[in-house]
Design a binder for this molecule. Sequence first.
Ligand code: GUN
Ligand code: ZN
Length: 475
Amino acid sequence: MKSYLFEIVAKDCAGRIGRLETPHGVIETPAILPVVNPFRQNVPPGELAEIGAEGLITNSYIIHRNMELRSAALEVGVHGFLGFNGPIMTDSGSYQLSQYGSLDVSSREIVEFQAAIGSDIGVPLDIPTPPDVTFSRAAGELDVTLERLREAACVERGEMLLAGTVQGSTFQELRRRAGEEASKLGFDLYPLGAVVPLMESYRYRDLVWVIVASKQGLPPAAPVHLFGAGHPMMFALAVALGCDLFDSAAYALYAKDGRYMTDRGTYHIQDLRYLPCSCPICSTHTVGELASDEGLIARHNLYVSFEEMRLVKQCTAVNHSDWIERLDRMPKSTFFYSGPESARRSEIRRFERYQTRFDLKGKVLIKEKNDTIENFSDFDYVMDFKPPFGAYPALLRETYPFNAEVTVWDHEAVLVALENVTRLIQCNPDANFTFKKPTWIPEKLIKELKKYAHNLTVQLPDNSSTTPTDSCDYE
Ligand code: GUN
Ligand code: ZN
């Protein structure tokens, strides 16, 4: 069995641009897979790539349930059946399960069927537990879903990638557990299920918690699909939270009702006098033509959706920290140090590099900023010590980024700061450093520092503070 790969190429917030390899090509994420109904299409699948789709999703249960469709799909494969040669993901009928209560096919059978028709990404028959049910129902249904995932992981599936859907209703604890258990089994993609009711009722706070809790249970680098999220309005939020794939039925369903999407909201086509869009459809048709052809509205809706996703990707790409470092040198307002991740922020990284430019000679004093000293004139340079930076010229203390609000002085921050001080001392062998060590730095770390920095004297501060402080009220 070939193993496929998800590679992350850029990151911003929890969002990322990635490449998901499938047997029918690479999907660059974040990406929208238009939903193709095997029975009823207002845009032929063959046209989707031209409009911007890198893949599509269809429902294997609907194909399986109909004898004619089933044999056609088995004969020519799902790509030939739909007339689309890119990556095709197949859903399992879980939505129908949630509507009808039971299906005439087992999870194992539907996974085997998906593999047999040559799907690129298959999905077992998870149970989409709606929001706000009792904990025991959500937990019981999650157990069934996990059992089906376990079973699916053992099914012979050839080249097909397999998705492990995360359920758990609106219980964060269950979502997290679902993520952990699914990732132990090792899937190629992790869809988050049963979020449609949250989006339909605009419960974005709950949606965010579901995404965050599920992702907490999953490895950070695993690709995540947000099932049923097809409205461009929420792409930016979901991508920022680390969702990589989306499926859109909205483009077609909206078109059926004459609803025309824009980046600011949806118009009913009957209410439009002008077409406020320059996509290939809107620039070559009239309002009247769109009003009488849902296929044209569906195409326009797709163009708008792909455009929004490209904008989201562009924002993700340009916020890549390398780019920030190169271009974003303007002083900004304070940043907050709020835990170990912040110790690796781009500001700290940049300072690590910039401090090698200090050319210090003579006597250098490194002290905490609120450690006042009498004998300034004994020193050629006075530097402030502040985790996670290390030592910087005291004159810069109120300027960005050294004015950072440090809310947590954790071990990581102190370590990074001491590493930087060590480097500073090593880079300036002609200077003699005096470090008025804050009392709250463990002796063990100071010993390390002394080992690597020979031109250093360590003193206890004159009026040492016993706890780290970062307030401005001492001056
Ligand atoms: N489509 C929308 N929601 C879901 C879900 O929870 N599971 C599956 N398999 N498909 C979906
Ligand atoms: Zn348009």
